[in-house]
Design a protein around this ligand. Structure first.
Ligand SMILES: C[S@@+](CC[C@H](N)C(=O)[O-])C[C@H]1O[C@@H](n2cnc3c(N)ncnc32)[C@H](O)[C@@H]1O
Length: 478
């Protein structure tokens, strides 16, 4: 995490008033009656989100939005809670190693609620420049609340040890003479993800790529073509995206923008927009029927739907999960229903005629390693073994995409992961049946967009392009 982007605690409103202590005296944890002072509301709220993420597998962004809405926390306090939740999730692996070292215990020997309190405290003390005493005392308060008074002594002792060293010193201490481990701890990445990046990037780019994963991106809006002009987003305070003609960046809540509320615009990373831009410029993109094979939640479907309207094509948007198919319908709700159909089906068992489409987008389920900026918890949830299930599914879906498109038709194979096994290796399995188009040549305004694995693939990167690490291969069926 770069020091520049760390919110300083002083930037946020002060905690709610507490019982006052005498001048010069240390404020006691408890009042004289033995009752604890009121808990700090933002920290308590952040802890609730963390417990939800840890215990129920909730996504950090959804858990955070939920607790903020329930507690009606807005403005700077909301920004503080968001940094607590996102930052703690992002660096959880490193903080766990520090907690183990500082406590002299294995993480599994500590109560899960206590682990959440300590992670939250570690993030404040090591990354947010919260004064040490505040990081320790508020952690003790939280531990008393969620674990019980019996946990206050141990929390106090562990937190004092944690804040006694700066983060970088902890990393060096724990890693010893293992520089790879030091890098993994310092950048907050599991080693297998670092290895996957290192295979694709030169040594000079590895550190910037890892650092970029730890920077929260500004939300990016996208127009629904034909329903909204980008100028309307700019008039609402957004700034144009660097390359996509449909996008605009804007901090704050996207729902503040009328076009987003009314479904004439949406939220979509610029990387996904650029994939659609390249596809839209392929001369092979013609014909009356297009298929989006894995459409949920519908971001690319909406762009394709707008393009289809311009070119007189019909879009079928398929999604395996009913709840995600509903999101696709929501994304398309302002378009004329006669121009598209949303269906719920396993793409592996096509519910349509073979070779019935002239274009198929296969934006397949993947490890999501290219979207770590936006999903802070995912790097610790994913494991290399996940690829054993994902890659065969990706191969099947690409196979179905090729079966669904007519001869000479176009298949766009897309992932939001740069991992070689999910990208170049999957495409390699069908090269005897397709011609590979030069996808980076379709977006010449985007510099350095060619993949290391093959210069005809597009591979975007957060540190190069400020986008998710989207991969695109454009294939013409022979
Ligand atoms: C990477 S996401 C697609 C993102 C989408 N194209 C967008 O831009 O909003 C992959 C989607 O594939 C869906 N999926 C997973 N397995 C599938 C299958 N066998 N058939 C069809 N869809 C599937 C997932 O539920 C998920 O919604």
């Amino acid at each position: 995490m770069s020091g520049q982007n760390r919110p300083r605690r002083e930037e946020f409103p002060r905690n709610p008033p507490r019982p006052s202590a005498g001048r010069g005296q240390r404020r006691p944890n408890r009042s004289r009656g033995g009752t604890r002072r009121p808990l700090d509301r933002p920290r308590r709220t952040a802890l609730e989100a963390l417990r939800d993420i840890d215990r129920s597998g909730a996504y950090a962004n959804l858990a955070c939005s939920r607790v903020l809405a329930e507690q009606r926390i807005t403005g700077r306090d909301a920004a503080f809670v968001t940094e607590l939740v996102f930052g703690t999730c992002r660096m959880a692996g490193s903080y766990d190693a520090i907690i183990e070292h500082a406590s002299g215990r294995r993480l599994g020997d500590l109560e899960p609620d206590l682990v959440d309190v300590l992670r939250l405290g570690a993030h404040q003390g090591l990354a947010m420049r919260v004064p040490d005493r505040a990081a320790v005392d508020t952690s003790v308060d939280l531990a008393a609340h969620v674990v019980g008074e019996r946990a206050t002594g141990i929390t106090n002792a562990i937190m004092r040890r944690i804040v006694a060293r700066p983060f970088e010193q902890w990393c060096t201490l724990i890693a010893g003479d293992d520089p790879a481990r030091e890098r993994a701890l310092r950048t907050g990445h599991p080693q297998w993800i670092i290895d996957a990046y290192a295979e694709l990037l030169g040594p000079d780019e590895l550190e910037p790529a890892l650092a970029a994963d730890n920077e929260a991106p500004e939300p990016t809006l996208v127009v629904r073509p034909g329903l909204c002009e980008r100028d309307e987003l700019l008039a609402a305070g957004a700034t144009p995206t660097r390359w996509s003609p449909w996008g605009a960046r804007r901090g704050g809540d996207p729902a503040e923008v009328e076009a987003v509320r009314s479904g004439r615009a949406g939220v979509q990373d610029e990387g996904s927009q650029l994939v659609c831009l390249a596809l839209s410029r392929a001369e092979q993109l013609n014909g009356p029927r297009w298929l989006d094979l894995c459409a949920g939640p519908g971001g690319k479907s909406a762009l394709l739907r707008g393009l289809a309207a311009e070119r007189g094509a019909f879009l079928v948007a398929n999604e395996a999960q009913p709840h995600r198919a509903r999101l696709v319908s929501l994304a398309l709700r302002r378009y004329d229903r006669r121009g598209h159909q949303v269906i719920v089906a396993d793409g592996g068992e096509p519910a349509w005629d073979e070779a019935g489409f002239q274009m198929v987008l296969a934006d397949v389920p993947c490890s999501g390693l290219g979207a770590l900026r936006r999903r802070p918890e995912s790097r610790w949830r994913r494991h290399p073994d996940d690829l054993d299930e994902l890659v065969p599914l990706q191969q099947d879906l690409l196979d179905v995409a090729l079966g669904s498109v007519s001869s000479g038709g176009l298949v766009a194979y897309v992932t939001c992961s740069p991992h070689r096994a999910e990208t170049a290796d999957v495409v390699a399995g069908v090269l005897d049946r397709v011609d590979l188009l030069d996808a980076p040549a379709l977006i010449p305004e985007v510099p350095n967009a060619a993949a290391a694995t093959d210069p005809r693939f597009v591979q975007l990167w957060p540190h190069r392009h400020g986008t998710d690490a989207m991969f695109l291969a454009l294939l013409r069926k022979r």
